[in-house]
Design a binder for this molecule. Structure first.
Ligand code: GDP
Ligand code: IMO
Ligand code: MG
Length: 419
């Protein structure tokens, strides 16, 4: 048995979904432990694309259980939509998906508050996905949140009505926005809950049982720099995306964790606002965005692009106890004659968003196609040098290299499950 923690090393969209998909043929379970449907994880199998938001990326495998752990915030309508769409593609759900009864649920008023706050912040906004993630976690921490278990004890109706009245007061009096129809919202959520109630259980015990006897993948959402404690605060999400979030959000016994796999894109991207020291506001940045198809999988927003930030990569390795890395989207850099790696900068000034003195090293590009290469030895020499330079800087082995969006376009240098 072996348990792998898979975490984004930067600001999300590193290609986590693709790597989970590659590894899940050997996994007995795949577990999400934080975030919600702000995530968008893309899987491409024989040219067919699936984007998952809330359901773990192992769901496409027949023999892999999928668990939504207690740390995830759940929109019941988004969950049912995702289940329906998977069922239409012939994916079995009922015997494979397990949802923690302790998950907090996203109310329509949480979404309205998220949107209203962003509007009010105007040019100082975070650039959230507008899914109600922040307000739901706030209510969780303030101990007034609504959990799936509340539906069974029949306190859901009164508890959620009270909370939504409070939200409506803020929406109306502070933000001057329309109030949400509470009775309608409560009835709709009850209907949505009835559709999934057989999937709801105590997943903590299940996680520990499975992780003691079989192969599990713990699928991080977002990335290390979006962590509410360790990221580029306040331009972060509202959960712990790093190792600590894995433990609190799934109940995993830490002694069962075997391997932390950091997912790093061959260049760096960010969607939403906030500092990005190695950002390329020029033609190279626009070309990388075009070649890499850098549009958000959840909101469709353009992703900002820049050179690989290895200062952040080193911090991620330390913070997440990363044992090895998966480098994705190497093929996107195929056409560049020069490639830079950002190695250092001073502290970020959050008032001006400026970063003094960004230091780079420059490497020669390989200017030949790497798309679909499956063997490390077949890579062009300069691509190997780029990979080895990253390994040298962050003192960590690159165990997997992804050379295209499809499941088959991958180089495996280490058997991660054997570690
Ligand atoms: P995630 O949120 O970390 O799962 O990443 P996203 O799915 O949001 O974004 C990654 C995008 O890159 C998706 O469109 C993937 O299909 C695509 N992708 C993943 N790996 C590769 C790769 O090695 N090469 C190319 N060209 N695309 C990739
Ligand atoms: P995956 O799992 C990239 C960003 C938003 C915004 C900030 C806060 O696909 O990598 P939120 O809605 O969470 O309150 O927004 O976090 N963000 C992501 N960026 N990938 C994601 O998920 C993201 N989830 C949230 O753009 O900057
Ligand atoms: Mg994504």
């Amino acid at each position: 048995m072996s348990n792998i923690f898979l975490v984004g090393t930067h600001w999300g969209d590193e290609g986590k979904g693709k790597i989970v998909d590659v590894l899940s043929d050997r996994a007995d379970a795949c577990i999400r432990f934080q975030g919600g449907h702000n995530a968008g994880h893309t899987l491409v199998i024989n040219g067919v694309t699936t984007i998952l938001h809330l359901i773990p990326s192992g769901i496409l495998r027949d023999n892999c259980k999928s668990i939504i752990g207690n740390g995830v915030v759940v929109s019941l309508s988004a969950l049912n939509q995702e289940i329906e769409s998977l069922k239409k593609s012939g994916i079995k759900i009922d015997t494979k998906l397990f949802i923690s009864k302790n998950c907090h649920i996203i109310l329509p008023t949480h979404v309205a508050l998220d949107v209203a706050r962003e509007q009010a912040l105007a040019e100082k906004s975070i650039g959230t996905t507008g899914r109600g993630i922040g307000p739901t976690y706030e209510d969780k921490v303030s101990r007034r949140g609504i959990r799936l278990v509340d539906f069974e004890s029949n306190i859901f109706e009164s508890k959620s009505s009270d909370l939504m009245s409070y939200h409506n007061f803020i929406l109306d009096k502070y933000y001057h926005q329309n109030k949400i129809d509470i009775e309608k919202a409560v009835n709709e959520m009850r209907v949505e809950y009835e559709k999934v109630k057989d999937l709801v259980s105590d997943t903590t015990h299940l996680v520990n049982e499975l992780s003691s006897n079989s192969n599990c993948i713990f699928e991080g959402a977002q990335g290390t720099m979006l962590d509410v404690d360790h990221g580029t605060y306040p331009y972060v999400t509202s959960s712990n995306t790093t190792l600590a979030g894995l433990l609190s959000g799934s109940g995993l016994n830490v002694s069962n964790l075997d391997y932390s796999l950091g997912i790093v894109k061959a260049y760096t991207t960010r969607v939403g606002h906030g500092p990005f020291p190695s950002e390329l506001n020029n033609e190279i940045g626009r070309n990388i965005a075009k070649w890499g198809g850098e549009k958000g999988a959840t909101t469709g927003r353009d992703r900002r692009c820049g050179w690989l930030d290895c200062k952040i990569l080193k911090e991620s390795v330390e913070l997440n106890r990363i044992n090895g890395l998966a480098l994705t989207k190497l093929d996107v850099l195929d056409n560049l004659d020069k490639i830079k790696i950002c190695i250092d900068y001073g502290d970020i000034n959050y008032q001006t968003m400026s970063t003094p003195n960004v230091k780079y090293i420059e490497m020669n590009g390989w200017e030949s196609p790497t798309v679909g290469i499956n063997n490390f030895n077949d890579l062009p020499l300069n691509a190997k040098k780029y990979i080895e330079k990253i390994e040298e800087i962050c003192e960590t082995k690159i165990a997997i290299i992804s050379t295209g969006p499809d499941r088959r376009q991958v180089i495996s240098r280490d058997d991660i499950f054997a570690k």
